[in-house]
Design a protein around this ligand. Structure first.
Ligand code: FRU
Length: 494
Protein backbone atom coordinates (compact mmCIF):
# COMPACT_ATOMS: atom_id res chain seq x y z
CA UNK A 1 0.00 0.00 0.00
CA UNK A 2 1.35 3.39 -0.96
CA UNK A 3 1.42 5.74 2.03
CA UNK A 4 -0.42 9.05 2.04
CA UNK A 5 2.87 10.97 2.05
CA UNK A 6 4.19 9.07 -0.97
CA UNK A 7 0.85 9.31 -2.85
CA UNK A 8 0.81 13.06 -2.29
CA UNK A 9 4.35 13.40 -3.61
CA UNK A 10 3.45 11.34 -6.68
CA UNK A 11 0.33 13.37 -7.37
CA UNK A 12 2.23 16.61 -6.93
CA UNK A 13 5.08 15.64 -9.24
CA UNK A 14 2.68 14.32 -11.90
CA UNK A 15 0.71 17.54 -11.97
CA UNK A 16 3.86 19.66 -12.04
CA UNK A 17 5.88 17.67 -14.56
CA UNK A 18 3.97 18.79 -17.64
CA UNK A 19 4.58 22.41 -16.71
CA UNK A 20 8.27 22.00 -17.55
CA UNK A 21 8.99 22.04 -21.28
CA UNK A 22 11.64 19.55 -22.44
CA UNK A 23 13.73 22.44 -23.82
CA UNK A 24 13.83 23.98 -20.34
CA UNK A 25 15.81 21.01 -19.07
CA UNK A 26 19.22 19.70 -20.11
CA UNK A 27 19.07 17.50 -23.21
CA UNK A 28 20.81 14.46 -21.72
CA UNK A 29 21.62 15.18 -18.06
CA UNK A 30 19.10 13.95 -15.50
CA UNK A 31 17.24 16.65 -13.54
CA UNK A 32 14.50 16.11 -10.93
CA UNK A 33 10.95 15.67 -12.16
CA UNK A 34 10.17 18.87 -10.24
CA UNK A 35 11.79 20.75 -7.35
CA UNK A 36 15.08 19.86 -5.71
CA UNK A 37 17.63 17.10 -6.43
CA UNK A 38 20.90 16.20 -4.72
CA UNK A 39 22.89 12.94 -4.59
CA UNK A 40 22.43 10.07 -7.04
CA UNK A 41 21.02 7.01 -5.26
CA UNK A 42 20.30 3.40 -6.21
CA UNK A 43 22.29 3.64 -9.45
CA UNK A 44 21.82 0.13 -10.85
CA UNK A 45 20.83 -1.99 -13.81
CA UNK A 46 17.58 -3.81 -13.17
CA UNK A 47 15.72 -6.00 -15.68
CA UNK A 48 17.97 -4.68 -18.43
CA UNK A 49 17.39 -0.97 -17.77
CA UNK A 50 19.44 1.54 -15.86
CA UNK A 51 17.75 2.96 -12.78
CA UNK A 52 18.84 6.18 -11.15
CA UNK A 53 17.15 7.43 -8.00
CA UNK A 54 17.99 10.74 -6.40
CA UNK A 55 17.70 12.74 -3.20
CA UNK A 56 14.50 14.64 -3.86
CA UNK A 57 12.28 17.32 -2.40
CA UNK A 58 9.52 17.84 -4.96
CA UNK A 59 7.71 20.74 -3.30
CA UNK A 60 10.39 23.43 -3.47
CA UNK A 61 13.67 24.20 -5.20
CA UNK A 62 15.49 23.69 -1.92
CA UNK A 63 16.54 20.84 0.33
CA UNK A 64 13.72 19.51 2.52
CA UNK A 65 12.52 16.20 4.01
CA UNK A 66 14.19 13.80 1.64
CA UNK A 67 12.25 11.57 -0.75
CA UNK A 68 13.77 9.38 -3.45
CA UNK A 69 12.96 10.51 -7.01
CA UNK A 70 13.28 7.86 -9.71
CA UNK A 71 14.13 7.63 -13.40
CA UNK A 72 15.13 4.88 -15.81
CA UNK A 73 17.07 4.80 -19.04
CA UNK A 74 18.24 2.39 -21.72
CA UNK A 75 21.29 4.43 -22.72
CA UNK A 76 22.10 6.70 -19.73
CA UNK A 77 21.23 9.72 -21.92
CA UNK A 78 17.43 9.65 -22.41
CA UNK A 79 15.71 9.42 -19.06
CA UNK A 80 12.15 8.41 -18.33
CA UNK A 81 10.68 9.70 -15.08
CA UNK A 82 9.11 7.09 -12.83
CA UNK A 83 6.98 7.81 -9.75
CA UNK A 84 8.85 8.87 -6.59
CA UNK A 85 10.07 5.68 -4.95
CA UNK A 86 10.45 6.56 -1.27
CA UNK A 87 8.96 9.16 1.05
CA UNK A 88 9.61 9.82 4.74
CA UNK A 89 6.56 7.94 5.95
CA UNK A 90 7.54 5.44 8.67
CA UNK A 91 9.02 5.78 12.15
CA UNK A 92 12.56 4.81 11.09
CA UNK A 93 12.76 7.51 8.39
CA UNK A 94 10.26 10.11 9.60
CA UNK A 95 12.85 12.87 9.07
CA UNK A 96 13.88 11.78 5.59
CA UNK A 97 15.18 9.00 3.34
CA UNK A 98 18.83 9.92 2.87
CA UNK A 99 21.23 8.51 0.31
CA UNK A 100 21.69 4.84 -0.46
CA UNK A 101 22.04 2.28 -3.21
CA UNK A 102 20.38 -0.70 -4.92
CA UNK A 103 21.09 -4.32 -5.86
CA UNK A 104 19.10 -7.25 -7.29
CA UNK A 105 18.13 -10.14 -4.98
CA UNK A 106 18.19 -13.80 -6.07
CA UNK A 107 14.41 -13.86 -6.37
CA UNK A 108 14.57 -10.97 -8.86
CA UNK A 109 13.39 -8.23 -6.52
CA UNK A 110 15.17 -4.89 -6.38
CA UNK A 111 16.62 -4.10 -2.94
CA UNK A 112 17.12 -0.48 -1.87
CA UNK A 113 19.37 0.23 1.11
CA UNK A 114 19.14 3.79 2.41
CA UNK A 115 19.66 5.91 5.49
CA UNK A 116 16.54 6.63 7.51
CA UNK A 117 16.80 9.77 9.60
CA UNK A 118 14.88 10.97 12.63
CA UNK A 119 15.18 14.62 13.60
CA UNK A 120 15.99 15.55 17.19
CA UNK A 121 16.56 19.01 18.59
CA UNK A 122 19.87 19.74 20.22
CA UNK A 123 20.30 23.06 22.06
CA UNK A 124 21.93 24.78 19.09
CA UNK A 125 20.92 22.84 15.99
CA UNK A 126 18.72 20.14 14.53
CA UNK A 127 20.40 16.73 14.55
CA UNK A 128 19.39 13.61 12.70
CA UNK A 129 19.74 10.14 14.23
CA UNK A 130 20.81 8.01 11.28
CA UNK A 131 20.18 4.29 10.71
CA UNK A 132 20.23 1.98 7.71
CA UNK A 133 16.95 0.79 6.23
CA UNK A 134 15.74 -1.43 3.40
CA UNK A 135 12.92 -1.36 0.85
CA UNK A 136 12.13 -4.07 -1.67
CA UNK A 137 10.39 -3.56 -5.00
CA UNK A 138 9.85 -4.31 -8.67
CA UNK A 139 11.49 -1.29 -10.29
CA UNK A 140 8.38 0.85 -9.77
CA UNK A 141 6.91 0.37 -6.30
CA UNK A 142 8.90 -0.33 -3.15
CA UNK A 143 7.79 -1.70 0.21
CA UNK A 144 9.78 -0.79 3.27
CA UNK A 145 11.08 -3.76 5.24
CA UNK A 146 9.21 -4.28 8.51
CA UNK A 147 12.50 -5.06 10.28
CA UNK A 148 13.85 -1.51 9.69
CA UNK A 149 16.29 -0.27 10.75
CA UNK A 150 18.69 -3.11 9.94
CA UNK A 151 21.72 -1.23 11.26
CA UNK A 152 21.69 1.35 14.02
CA UNK A 153 23.99 2.90 16.60
CA UNK A 154 24.54 -0.51 18.23
CA UNK A 155 26.24 -1.74 15.07
CA UNK A 156 28.88 0.95 14.76
CA UNK A 157 32.28 0.80 16.45
CA UNK A 158 32.52 2.50 19.81
CA UNK A 159 33.31 6.17 19.77
CA UNK A 160 31.45 6.98 16.54
CA UNK A 161 28.47 9.29 16.34
CA UNK A 162 24.87 8.16 15.78
CA UNK A 163 24.28 11.50 14.02
CA UNK A 164 26.72 10.73 11.22
CA UNK A 165 26.14 7.19 10.01
CA UNK A 166 24.89 7.29 6.45
CA UNK A 167 24.95 6.57 2.71
CA UNK A 168 25.21 2.75 2.42
CA UNK A 169 26.64 1.49 -0.89
CA UNK A 170 25.71 -2.15 -1.38
CA UNK A 171 27.16 -4.78 -3.70
CA UNK A 172 27.27 -8.56 -4.08
CA UNK A 173 30.31 -10.79 -4.09
CA UNK A 174 30.76 -13.63 -6.58
CA UNK A 175 29.46 -16.15 -4.00
CA UNK A 176 26.20 -14.17 -3.78
CA UNK A 177 26.84 -12.70 -0.32
CA UNK A 178 26.37 -8.98 0.27
CA UNK A 179 28.72 -6.20 1.33
CA UNK A 180 28.30 -2.51 1.96
CA UNK A 181 30.33 0.54 2.93
CA UNK A 182 28.81 3.30 5.05
CA UNK A 183 30.10 6.70 6.17
CA UNK A 184 30.72 7.12 9.91
CA UNK A 185 32.25 9.88 12.00
CA UNK A 186 33.70 10.70 15.39
CA UNK A 187 31.52 13.08 17.43
CA UNK A 188 31.92 16.87 17.60
CA UNK A 189 34.07 18.78 17.98
CA UNK A 190 36.58 16.45 16.30
CA UNK A 191 34.24 15.21 13.55
CA UNK A 192 36.60 12.93 11.64
CA UNK A 193 35.11 10.62 9.00
CA UNK A 194 35.40 6.83 8.93
CA UNK A 195 34.46 4.36 6.21
CA UNK A 196 32.75 1.34 7.74
CA UNK A 197 32.61 -2.03 6.01
CA UNK A 198 29.77 -4.52 6.66
CA UNK A 199 28.79 -7.98 5.36
CA UNK A 200 25.59 -9.97 5.08
CA UNK A 201 24.53 -13.39 3.79
CA UNK A 202 21.06 -12.36 2.66
CA UNK A 203 21.08 -8.54 2.41
CA UNK A 204 18.85 -8.22 5.48
CA UNK A 205 21.02 -9.25 8.48
CA UNK A 206 24.25 -7.29 8.60
CA UNK A 207 27.49 -7.49 10.62
CA UNK A 208 30.25 -4.96 10.98
CA UNK A 209 33.61 -6.19 9.60
CA UNK A 210 36.18 -3.38 9.68
CA UNK A 211 37.03 0.28 9.32
CA UNK A 212 38.23 0.59 5.72
CA UNK A 213 39.66 4.09 6.00
CA UNK A 214 39.80 6.89 8.51
CA UNK A 215 40.27 10.62 8.43
CA UNK A 216 43.23 11.69 10.56
CA UNK A 217 41.95 15.24 10.36
CA UNK A 218 43.83 16.19 7.20
CA UNK A 219 40.97 15.66 4.74
CA UNK A 220 37.86 17.59 5.74
CA UNK A 221 35.49 16.33 8.42
CA UNK A 222 32.76 13.72 7.74
CA UNK A 223 33.27 11.51 4.67
CA UNK A 224 29.96 11.10 2.83
CA UNK A 225 28.75 8.79 0.06
CA UNK A 226 31.45 6.09 0.02
CA UNK A 227 31.75 3.57 -2.81
CA UNK A 228 34.19 0.67 -3.01
CA UNK A 229 35.00 -1.64 -5.91
CA UNK A 230 37.66 -3.63 -7.70
CA UNK A 231 38.88 -2.19 -11.00
CA UNK A 232 41.78 -3.15 -13.26
CA UNK A 233 43.50 -5.19 -10.55
CA UNK A 234 43.21 -2.50 -7.85
CA UNK A 235 40.59 -1.48 -5.31
CA UNK A 236 39.07 1.98 -5.48
CA UNK A 237 37.49 3.77 -2.53
CA UNK A 238 35.48 6.87 -3.47
CA UNK A 239 34.58 9.28 -0.70
CA UNK A 240 33.02 12.75 -0.55
CA UNK A 241 34.65 14.67 2.32
CA UNK A 242 32.91 17.73 3.77
CA UNK A 243 34.53 20.97 4.93
CA UNK A 244 37.89 20.52 3.21
CA UNK A 245 40.44 23.30 3.74
CA UNK A 246 42.02 24.70 0.55
CA UNK A 247 45.48 23.24 -0.14
CA UNK A 248 47.72 22.83 -3.19
CA UNK A 249 46.25 19.38 -3.68
CA UNK A 250 42.57 19.88 -2.89
CA UNK A 251 39.88 22.49 -3.40
CA UNK A 252 38.03 23.68 -0.33
CA UNK A 253 34.45 22.79 0.50
CA UNK A 254 32.82 19.51 -0.45
CA UNK A 255 34.94 17.47 -2.85
CA UNK A 256 35.25 13.88 -4.05
CA UNK A 257 38.46 11.91 -3.56
CA UNK A 258 39.52 8.51 -4.92
CA UNK A 259 41.83 6.30 -2.88
CA UNK A 260 43.39 3.48 -4.89
CA UNK A 261 45.15 0.48 -3.39
CA UNK A 262 44.87 -3.16 -2.41
CA UNK A 263 42.31 -4.98 -0.30
CA UNK A 264 42.51 -8.14 1.79
CA UNK A 265 39.03 -9.69 1.62
CA UNK A 266 39.73 -11.99 4.57
CA UNK A 267 40.70 -9.31 7.06
CA UNK A 268 38.79 -6.40 5.52
CA UNK A 269 41.94 -4.30 5.42
CA UNK A 270 42.29 -1.71 2.65
CA UNK A 271 45.81 -0.49 1.97
CA UNK A 272 45.87 2.85 0.16
CA UNK A 273 48.61 3.42 -2.40
CA UNK A 274 47.53 6.62 -4.16
CA UNK A 275 44.95 9.35 -3.63
CA UNK A 276 43.54 11.98 -5.98
CA UNK A 277 40.83 14.54 -6.50
CA UNK A 278 38.17 12.99 -8.74
CA UNK A 279 36.96 16.14 -10.54
CA UNK A 280 38.57 19.57 -10.68
CA UNK A 281 35.42 21.53 -11.46
CA UNK A 282 33.22 23.58 -9.17
CA UNK A 283 30.20 21.29 -9.41
CA UNK A 284 30.86 17.67 -8.62
CA UNK A 285 29.94 15.69 -5.49
CA UNK A 286 28.56 12.46 -4.07
CA UNK A 287 29.63 9.91 -6.68
CA UNK A 288 27.97 6.56 -7.13
CA UNK A 289 28.98 3.72 -9.46
CA UNK A 290 27.46 0.55 -10.88
CA UNK A 291 28.92 -2.49 -12.57
CA UNK A 292 26.97 -2.85 -15.82
CA UNK A 293 25.85 -6.16 -17.29
CA UNK A 294 28.57 -5.74 -19.93
CA UNK A 295 31.25 -5.34 -17.26
CA UNK A 296 31.77 -1.56 -17.22
CA UNK A 297 32.31 0.39 -14.00
CA UNK A 298 30.13 3.45 -14.62
CA UNK A 299 30.10 6.46 -12.32
CA UNK A 300 27.66 9.31 -11.91
CA UNK A 301 27.62 12.21 -9.42
CA UNK A 302 25.63 15.26 -8.42
CA UNK A 303 26.76 18.08 -10.74
CA UNK A 304 26.54 20.71 -8.04
CA UNK A 305 28.45 22.22 -5.16
CA UNK A 306 26.71 22.63 -1.80
CA UNK A 307 28.40 26.02 -1.35
CA UNK A 308 27.22 27.42 -4.67
CA UNK A 309 23.64 26.16 -4.83
CA UNK A 310 22.67 29.83 -5.03
CA UNK A 311 24.02 29.95 -8.59
CA UNK A 312 20.69 28.97 -10.09
CA UNK A 313 18.39 30.24 -12.76
CA UNK A 314 15.16 31.86 -11.57
CA UNK A 315 13.26 30.50 -14.52
CA UNK A 316 13.67 26.76 -14.07
CA UNK A 317 11.30 24.78 -11.86
CA UNK A 318 13.95 22.15 -11.22
CA UNK A 319 17.20 22.41 -9.32
CA UNK A 320 20.15 20.02 -9.55
CA UNK A 321 21.42 17.67 -12.22
CA UNK A 322 23.64 14.61 -12.52
CA UNK A 323 26.91 14.53 -14.46
CA UNK A 324 27.12 12.60 -17.70
CA UNK A 325 27.84 9.02 -16.56
CA UNK A 326 31.49 8.08 -17.03
CA UNK A 327 33.33 4.84 -17.66
CA UNK A 328 36.13 4.35 -15.17
CA UNK A 329 39.54 2.73 -15.39
CA UNK A 330 42.65 2.67 -13.25
CA UNK A 331 45.91 3.34 -15.09
CA UNK A 332 49.22 3.75 -13.28
CA UNK A 333 47.49 4.27 -9.95
CA UNK A 334 45.17 6.98 -11.31
CA UNK A 335 41.46 7.02 -11.99
CA UNK A 336 40.67 7.66 -15.66
CA UNK A 337 37.20 8.88 -16.64
CA UNK A 338 35.63 8.77 -20.11
CA UNK A 339 32.14 9.82 -21.17
CA UNK A 340 29.93 6.74 -21.55
CA UNK A 341 30.36 5.38 -25.07
CA UNK A 342 26.57 5.62 -25.65
CA UNK A 343 27.08 9.32 -26.34
CA UNK A 344 28.74 8.46 -29.63
CA UNK A 345 25.35 7.45 -31.04
CA UNK A 346 24.05 10.95 -30.26
CA UNK A 347 26.80 12.69 -32.27
CA UNK A 348 25.53 14.32 -35.48
CA UNK A 349 26.80 16.85 -38.06
CA UNK A 350 30.53 16.22 -37.76
CA UNK A 351 32.79 19.21 -38.43
CA UNK A 352 36.54 18.54 -38.42
CA UNK A 353 39.64 20.42 -39.36
CA UNK A 354 43.29 19.87 -38.58
CA UNK A 355 46.47 21.90 -38.54
CA UNK A 356 44.63 25.17 -37.93
CA UNK A 357 46.96 28.00 -36.85
CA UNK A 358 45.43 30.20 -34.16
CA UNK A 359 46.74 33.54 -32.97
CA UNK A 360 44.00 36.21 -32.92
CA UNK A 361 40.46 35.44 -31.86
CA UNK A 362 38.85 33.15 -34.34
CA UNK A 363 35.62 31.27 -34.88
CA UNK A 364 35.38 28.21 -37.08
CA UNK A 365 32.54 27.63 -39.52
CA UNK A 366 30.07 25.10 -38.09
CA UNK A 367 31.62 25.14 -34.62
CA UNK A 368 28.96 26.57 -32.31
CA UNK A 369 26.02 25.33 -30.23
CA UNK A 370 24.99 24.46 -26.69
CA UNK A 371 24.55 20.70 -26.98
CA UNK A 372 27.91 19.83 -28.37
CA UNK A 373 30.72 17.27 -28.19
CA UNK A 374 33.89 19.17 -29.12
CA UNK A 375 37.44 17.84 -29.05
CA UNK A 376 40.33 20.27 -29.47
CA UNK A 377 43.97 19.15 -29.73
CA UNK A 378 46.29 22.04 -28.98
CA UNK A 379 50.03 22.04 -29.88
CA UNK A 380 52.91 24.51 -29.66
CA UNK A 381 54.34 25.67 -32.98
CA UNK A 382 57.98 26.54 -32.32
CA UNK A 383 59.54 29.97 -31.86
CA UNK A 384 56.35 32.03 -31.59
CA UNK A 385 54.53 29.47 -29.59
CA UNK A 386 51.71 30.58 -27.33
CA UNK A 387 51.83 31.09 -23.56
CA UNK A 388 48.08 31.15 -23.28
CA UNK A 389 45.34 29.48 -25.32
CA UNK A 390 41.69 30.29 -24.73
CA UNK A 391 38.44 28.65 -25.76
CA UNK A 392 35.24 30.59 -25.13
CA UNK A 393 31.84 28.96 -25.36
CA UNK A 394 28.23 29.70 -24.43
CA UNK A 395 29.16 33.08 -25.82
CA UNK A 396 27.22 36.09 -27.10
CA UNK A 397 28.34 39.70 -26.76
CA UNK A 398 29.78 40.09 -23.23
CA UNK A 399 28.54 36.73 -22.02
CA UNK A 400 30.86 33.74 -22.16
CA UNK A 401 32.50 30.91 -20.24
CA UNK A 402 36.17 30.20 -20.87
CA UNK A 403 38.88 27.61 -20.60
CA UNK A 404 42.43 28.93 -20.53
CA UNK A 405 45.40 26.64 -21.04
CA UNK A 406 48.89 27.87 -20.04
CA UNK A 407 51.47 25.33 -21.22
CA UNK A 408 54.39 26.87 -19.32
CA UNK A 409 52.50 26.83 -16.02
CA UNK A 410 50.87 23.55 -16.99
CA UNK A 411 47.48 24.84 -15.88
CA UNK A 412 43.95 24.77 -17.21
CA UNK A 413 41.54 27.32 -15.81
CA UNK A 414 37.77 27.28 -16.07
CA UNK A 415 36.00 30.64 -15.66
CA UNK A 416 32.26 31.29 -15.64
CA UNK A 417 32.44 34.81 -14.19
CA UNK A 418 30.68 36.20 -17.29
CA UNK A 419 28.22 33.35 -17.70
CA UNK A 420 25.21 35.40 -16.64
CA UNK A 421 25.43 34.54 -12.95
CA UNK A 422 23.96 36.98 -10.43
CA UNK A 423 25.66 35.39 -7.43
CA UNK A 424 28.93 36.38 -5.73
CA UNK A 425 30.30 32.89 -5.22
CA UNK A 426 33.32 31.12 -6.69
CA UNK A 427 33.22 30.99 -10.50
CA UNK A 428 36.75 29.86 -11.40
CA UNK A 429 38.74 26.70 -10.92
CA UNK A 430 42.28 26.03 -12.00
CA UNK A 431 44.10 22.71 -12.13
CA UNK A 432 47.61 21.52 -12.90
CA UNK A 433 47.67 19.31 -15.97
CA UNK A 434 50.14 16.61 -17.01
CA UNK A 435 53.14 17.51 -19.12
CA UNK A 436 52.71 16.22 -22.67
CA UNK A 437 55.39 18.42 -24.29
CA UNK A 438 53.08 21.45 -24.23
CA UNK A 439 50.22 19.61 -25.96
CA UNK A 440 46.78 19.09 -24.50
CA UNK A 441 43.57 17.41 -25.66
CA UNK A 442 40.33 18.88 -24.37
CA UNK A 443 37.02 17.14 -24.94
CA UNK A 444 34.26 19.54 -24.02
CA UNK A 445 30.73 18.22 -23.60
CA UNK A 446 28.15 20.97 -23.47
CA UNK A 447 24.55 20.57 -22.47
CA UNK A 448 22.10 23.45 -21.96
CA UNK A 449 23.09 24.04 -18.34
CA UNK A 450 26.59 22.60 -18.01
CA UNK A 451 30.02 22.00 -19.42
CA UNK A 452 32.13 18.93 -18.70
CA UNK A 453 35.75 18.85 -19.82
CA UNK A 454 37.70 15.62 -20.19
CA UNK A 455 41.40 16.48 -20.22
CA UNK A 456 43.89 14.26 -22.09
CA UNK A 457 41.49 11.35 -22.65
CA UNK A 458 40.15 11.37 -19.11
CA UNK A 459 43.30 11.97 -17.02
CA UNK A 460 41.32 14.75 -15.35
CA UNK A 461 37.84 16.22 -15.58
CA UNK A 462 36.22 19.58 -14.87
CA UNK A 463 32.47 19.66 -14.33
CA UNK A 464 30.58 22.92 -14.03
CA UNK A 465 27.06 24.24 -14.13
CA UNK A 466 26.44 27.24 -16.37
CA UNK A 467 23.09 28.99 -16.30
CA UNK A 468 23.72 31.12 -19.40
CA UNK A 469 20.69 31.72 -21.66
CA UNK A 470 20.54 29.40 -24.66
CA UNK A 471 20.93 32.30 -27.12
CA UNK A 472 24.65 32.37 -26.23
CA UNK A 473 25.94 29.62 -28.50
CA UNK A 474 29.13 30.90 -30.12
CA UNK A 475 32.50 29.22 -29.66
CA UNK A 476 35.83 30.96 -30.29
CA UNK A 477 39.53 30.20 -30.05
CA UNK A 478 42.45 32.53 -29.41
CA UNK A 479 46.14 32.43 -28.51
CA UNK A 480 48.78 34.93 -27.55
CA UNK A 481 51.53 33.82 -29.89
CA UNK A 482 50.66 30.92 -32.12
CA UNK A 483 49.07 27.53 -31.56
CA UNK A 484 48.27 24.72 -33.92
CA UNK A 485 45.01 22.91 -33.30
CA UNK A 486 42.83 20.11 -34.59
CA UNK A 487 39.09 20.30 -34.03
CA UNK A 488 36.41 17.67 -34.14
CA UNK A 489 32.91 18.83 -33.32
CA UNK A 490 29.50 17.17 -33.23
CA UNK A 491 26.04 18.39 -32.32
CA UNK A 492 24.52 16.15 -29.69
CA UNK A 493 20.98 15.13 -30.67
CA UNK A 494 18.63 12.65 -29.02
C1 FRU B 1 25.51 14.33 0.55
C2 FRU B 1 24.47 14.15 1.65
C3 FRU B 1 24.45 12.72 2.14
C4 FRU B 1 23.07 12.57 2.69
C5 FRU B 1 22.27 13.40 1.72
C6 FRU B 1 21.09 14.09 2.33
O1 FRU B 1 25.28 15.36 -0.32
O2 FRU B 1 24.70 15.06 2.68
O3 FRU B 1 25.46 12.41 3.07
O4 FRU B 1 22.65 11.23 2.70
O5 FRU B 1 23.14 14.36 1.17
O6 FRU B 1 20.29 14.67 1.36
Amino acid sequence: MTSRILSEAREYENAAENQILPEDRPLFHLTPKIGWMNDPNGFSQYNGEYHLFYQYYPYQKKWGPMHWGHASSKDLLSWKFLPAALAPDVEADAGGCFSGSAITLDDGRHLLMYTGVVKVHDITEDLFIQTQCLAVGDGLDYVKYEGNPVLDENDIPEGLSRYDFRDPKIWREEDGTFRCVIGGCTPDPEHHGRILYFRSDDGFKWQFVSVLAENDGSLGTMWECPDFFELDGKYVLLISPQDVIQSKKYNCGNITVAMIGTFDKETGVFHKETEQLVDNGIDFYATQTLLSDDGRRIMTAWMQNWDSIVNTSRETRWFGQMVLPRELHVENGRLIQKPIREIEAARKNRVACSGLHISDVREVEGVSGRTVDLTVDIRPTGDHSFRKFEIRFAQQDDTFTSLVYRPFDRTLEFDRTYSGTRRAVIHTRKCKVADHAGCIRLRIILDRYSSEVFINDGEQTLSNVIITGQYADRISFSADGEAEIDIEKYDLCL
